[in-house]
Design a protein around this ligand. Structure first.
Ligand SMILES: Nc1nc2c(c(=O)[nH]1)N[C@H]1C(S)=C(S)[C@@H](COP(=O)(O)OP(=O)(O)OC[C@H]3O[C@@H](n4cnc5c(=O)[nH]c(N)nc54)[C@H](O)[C@@H]3O)O[C@H]1N2
Ligand SMILES: Nc1nc2c(c(=O)[nH]1)N[C@H]1C(S)=C(S)[C@@H](COP(=O)(O)OP(=O)(O)OC[C@H]3O[C@@H](n4cnc5c(=O)[nH]c(N)nc54)[C@H](O)[C@@H]3O)O[C@H]1N2
Ligand code: SF4
Ligand SMILES: [Mo]
Length: 682
């Protein structure tokens, strides 16, 4: 009941989720008692999700880390003693000064990702701190960067349309995105379009919940999308459905693309993709004629060696048909670039320090750089915030071996004792989103939000920003901005004169909680001379389907030993990456990770539903529960990612098996290109 001591504070969800819901926290006598979606928010409309509906349980969870802790047992044992903040900061800053003085700043490695997407707590102060000590740098490339680079190769600035404009679309292709699970607040927009007659198609190797809810499902062989795109262009071209005028006005490279497409007739594409030629012809004609037609993608196909090729290929389609010119046509991809453009922020630009791809953590901690060279200096200090690399990073056995190194000084800033924090020398307690201030961008819509703290920090928790401020002060660092308050940093971020920030200020956000970027309604990107690109033109060009190295086609010899392909996507409605994998109330009823196996592959191996199986390759082996499923195609097995180590008898998760390969150290890892075999557990 609301009483005189009750107030409501507006904030925004911090999770690495496209939706960035706006919420209202009811606070009674300093304690948050209710957290609900704000019904007036245009995109999320008052509904949160099964992950976050019980967020207050997380805030006040008995397992929450609320004091700094120092390790007392062997690494990984999880045994710690409580220490004071002043001891923790002194211990870390003295260690940093000693290492930096002896080996140089590059012996220090920050590791962070998108545990919170709020810009301040994600990295503004941390980046300043690590820049000031000239630490090694990390490419935060595990998610979204490959997809973005693929679109950027075509468009320069990889702008997509406002996803809410999909309400106008007549054809909606959900290309390797599991909207109903990963981007649930877009579904009502899709339903609106449907109620006006739109056709919804899903292209995915797995019959996901989204595929089940669509009008048509195209079950493609994993990683073969470039062949499908080329065959679609082949059909569009022969049916006269390409927009030659648009391409002549806006693009270069149609002749090369056309030649590539001519070399990929639908029947050849059928043999590569597994999609019947008649299905390819139907899809191309639907896309070319039932307009406006939009392609929606997030990141699904990027976790592959040639993920960039796929994202580049898919991005070309709307230029070939000129569908950008129609309201509700074009490509609806991550909107992060729109927010960063408006704010003038983002992590682009030249890197001056030694830089590693976050996917290579295992190798880096073992003393090797991306190309196998010995590191000089090797990493002596690892400082982790907003990430759980022991669970989310590929080549998990190597990551855990690295974290277990006795000579590594490891600091983890966390809310819970994750599989990574277990290995820390010092664990520092971090606030949650309802305890700190932040500016929340969104990658699924164009509304910016201000997250205001609703309660005082629980226990002795501190915001990431304050922890780095204290470290900077203890080390007497004098680079600019290291003492800025969180409010000052939010104000700096908003201090942009870009036209899309027109009318948006700290004061207005403070009053309104969220505001739409001032992107014109019915904005149609890439129809005018674009920013970037080659001379402002859309870059088409030759396209080639290439199988990744760790696929049956790419490595037949390896596939003889490990004939099945393992994919490990987001799968559980109550998981958000690894953020809830340690919470009993969020685990599926089986309580253990399962491996989905096609009945044909199961029969060939004597695998029985519900029994234990071992899934293995040269990187590792896991004992999990078999689940016979025709949602996967023969030759493919899937296991959800995000489970904490203790849920398998091997004390590991699916990333113990996954492929860490990235191309040239840039972009995401080839998680989904992992060859394995499966046998009944002994
Ligand atoms: N419930 C829940 N929601 C989440 C998350 C979560 O953990 N749980 N995580 C959040 C994060 S960090 C992200 S990045 C987003 C991701 O959002 P999405 O990109 O929608 O999700 P993914 O599951 O990574 O991949 C989507 C689909 O791509 C398919 N796919 C994989 N390879 C290929 C391919 O080669 N071709 C084609 N056509 N399809 C392919 C997969 O089978 C999968 O069904 O979700 C966010 N939302
Ligand atoms: N096999 C496989 N691996 C994958 C993927 C996959 O599909 N398959 N997906 C990849 C993708 S798309 C992503 S985005 C990554 C996700 O990788 P991560 O970003 O590392 O994962 P999260 O679980 O979202 O967040 C990590 C931690 O941040 C903490 N956290 C939240 N808020 C705060 C805060 O304010 N301060 C501090 N200090 N900590 C906070 C949470 O407690 C959580 O433990 O995983 C990747 N790994
Ligand atoms: S995780 Fe996503 S859907 Fe759930 S509350 Fe946060 S932003 Fe909304
Ligand atoms: Mo992600």
């Amino acid at each position: 009941m609301d009483g005189p001591t009750t107030r409501v504070v507006r904030g925004a969800c911090h999770h690495d989720c496209p939706d960035t819901c706006v919420w209202d926290v009811t606070v009674d006598n300093g304690r948050a008692v209710k957290l609900r979606g704000n019904a007036d928010h245009p995109f999320t409309r008052g509904e949160l999700c099964p992950k976050v509906n019980r967020f207050l349980e997380r805030v006040y969870h008995p397992d929450r880390i609320i004091r700094p802790m120092r390790r007392t047992g062997p690494k990984g044992s999880g045994r710690f003693e409580t220490i004071s903040w002043s001891d923790a900061i002194a211990e870390i800053s003295e260690r940093l000064e000693e290492v930096i003085g002896r080996a140089g700043g590059e012996a220090v490695l920050p590791y962070s990702f998108a545990g919170t997407q709020g810009l301040v707590q994600m990295g503004v102060m941390a980046d300043r701190f690590f820049g000031a000590i000239e630490a090694s740098d990390i490419r935060r490339d595990l998610c979204g960067v490959t997809a973005s680079m693929g679109a950027a190769e075509v468009y320069g600035r990889p702008y997509g349309i406002d996803p809410e404009d999909m309400a106008q679309s007549r054809t909606i292709i959900l290309w390797g995105t599991n909207t109903k699970l990963t981007n649930r607040h877009l579904w009502p927009t899709i339903e609106t379009a449907r109620s006006r007659g739109a056709t919804v198609v899903v292209i995915d190797p797995i019959r996901t919940a989204t595929a089940g809810a669509a009008d048509h499902f195209i079950q493609i062989r994993p990683g073969t999308d470039v062949a499908l795109v080329l065959a679609m262009i082949n059909v569009l071209d022969s049916e006269g459905l390409v927009d030659v005028d648009f391409m002549a006005a806006r693009a270069t490279g149609w002749d090369e693309l056309r030649a590539s497409a001519q070399a990929m007739p639908p029947n050849l594409a059928e043999s590569i993709t597994g999609v019947p030629a008649s299905g390819i012809e139907w899809l191309a004609k639907l896309y070319g004629t039932n307009r406006p037609a939009v392609i929606r993608t997030l990141i699904g196909p990027e976790h592959r060696e040639h993920g960039l090729d796929i994202m580049r290929a898919v991005a070309m389609l709307p230029a070939v048909t000129g569908s950008w010119t129609e309201h509700g046509g074009g490509l609806a991809r991550s909107t992060e670039v729109l927010h960063h453009t408006a704010l003038g922020s983002g992590h682009g630009g030249a890197r001056r320090r030694r830089t590693f791809n976050m996917a290579d953590l295992g190798a880096v901690l073992a003393g090797f750089g991306g190309s196998g060279d010995r590191l000089d200096p090797p990493i002596e200090v690892l400082i982790v915030h907003n990430s759980n690399p022991a669970v989310i990073c590929p080549d998990q056995n190597a990551v855990v071996d690295g974290l277990a190194r006795e000579d590594l000084f490891c600091v983890v800033i966390e809310q819970f004792l994750t599989d990574t924090a277990r290995y820390a020398d010092v664990v520092l307690p971090a606030t949650t989103q309802i305890e700190h201030l932040d500016l929340a961008i969104a990658w699924g819509h164009v509304h910016l939000a201000l997250n205001k703290p609703a309660i005082e920090p629980v226990g002795e928790c501190l915001p990431n920003s304050e922890i780095f401020r204290r470290l900077a002060s203890a080390m007497h660092l004098d680079a600019p901005g290291l003492a800025d308050t969180d409010e000052a940093m939010v104000r700096q971020l908003l201090d942009s004169d870009h036209e899309w920030l027109y009318g948006i200020s700290y004061e207005s956000l403070d009053r309104l909680a969220w505001q739409r970027l001032a992107i014109p309604p019915d904005w149609r990107p890439h129809t005018e001379v674009s920013e970037g690109g080659s001379g402002g033109r859309i870059r088409l060009g030759g396209l080639e389907y290439r199988p990744g190295l760790e696929t049956p086609e790419g490595s037949p010899a390896l596939a003889e030993r490990f004939p099945l392909t393992l994919m490990s996507r987001k799968q559980h409605p109550k998981f958000l990456n690894a953020g809830y994998g340690g919470f009993d109330r969020h685990l599926p009823s089986v309580g253990r990770p399962t491996l989905a196996v096609h009945p044909d592959d199961a029969a060939a191996r004597g695998i029985v539903e519900g029994r234990e199986v071992t899934v293995f390759n040269d990187r590792g082996a896991l004992t999990v529960i078999a689940e016979l499923s025709d949602e996967v195609q023969p030759g493919l097995v899937t296991m959800p990612f995000g489970w904490w180590h203790r849920h398998t008898p091997d004390d590991r998760g699916v990333n113990a098996l996954t492929n860490p390969r990235s191309v040239g150290g840039v972009g995401s890892a080839a998680f989904h290109e992992t060859l394995v075999d499966v046998r009944p557990a002994p």
